[in-house]
Design a protein around this ligand. Sequence first.
Ligand SMILES: [Zn+2]
Ligand SMILES: [Zn+2]
Length: 331
Amino acid sequence: MKTSLFPRLVNGPFGDPGLFVGLRWQGRALQFDLGRLGRTEPGELLKISHTFVSHAHMDHFMGFDHLLRLFLPRDAVLNVYGPEDFLARLGARLAGYTWNLTDDYPLAIVGHEVRPEAVTSATFRAATGFVPERRSERPFDGVLLDEPALRVSAAILDHKIPCLAFALTEKSHLNVDTAVLERRRLQPGRWIDALKHAIRTGAPDDQPIAALARTNGAIEEERFSLGSLRELVIESRGQKIGYVVDTLYSPGNERKIVDLVGNADLFYCEAPFLEEDVEQATKRHHLTARQAGLLGRAAAVRRLEVFHFSPRYEGRADQIYAEARAAFVGE
Ligand SMILES: [Zn+2]
Ligand SMILES: [Zn+2]
């Protein structure tokens, strides 16, 4: 399947959990969990517009400082989502530094706290020393971010504390038919992004689009109506990615996970323990590799990628992959 979502784990399976998803059509990125981020290029991290933190255990949130350090001098808005009590924790992290020289820094961090009944948002601006302001609240309907091209949904799972699981859905994928492009003597370029954006946002047929046309060997900008360019674009089903970490294997959690990540193309699921240590896993409200495989199977996902392995299994990663795989395919 063609897709514009490019996901990759930011650390190895034994490292801190974190998923970076590049969005090709916009030159930006989404980040799920903020553990150690040092292995990702700063230029890549600076593409992040929204980060989704499952919960504030240290291995999922300590990378926030790393991100803040990079974004501090930037004219940017960084959105950070997290579970119950998240605004207080985010505020406390920001209050841990001195901000007397940032009056003219334009950076704003918008925190969003997700609870069963509501999502509460607050803005923390560098210019005012990151004191929270502009608090607002909306009912939580399962959707955190809804844009023309993508949606991020969440479920609140039980990890002895509320822990967020996420699904990222590309609403539809728009491809350019190169044969039509060729026939109409049009040249690929940035204008294709504008064309796709116009289609995604439901712009009217008479909206002008400045395309690059080849005339007598020269390439020139030429205006077309959106309607006359629609034949260039083929629409296909988008990709869906699921992300579940730090959760208990329980009927309640299973139901929420299946609802959230059902039919995903790619399912990132934690597998900290082997089934031989299921008691330990249950005590710590974590999954075993077998349970991760069963969840992937129940949710009918196409591909399962397990990660967030406990360091106790260092050197035994193959065993974890094999156990998850066996449960996933139903052996
Ligand atoms: Zn964890
Ligand atoms: Zn945890």
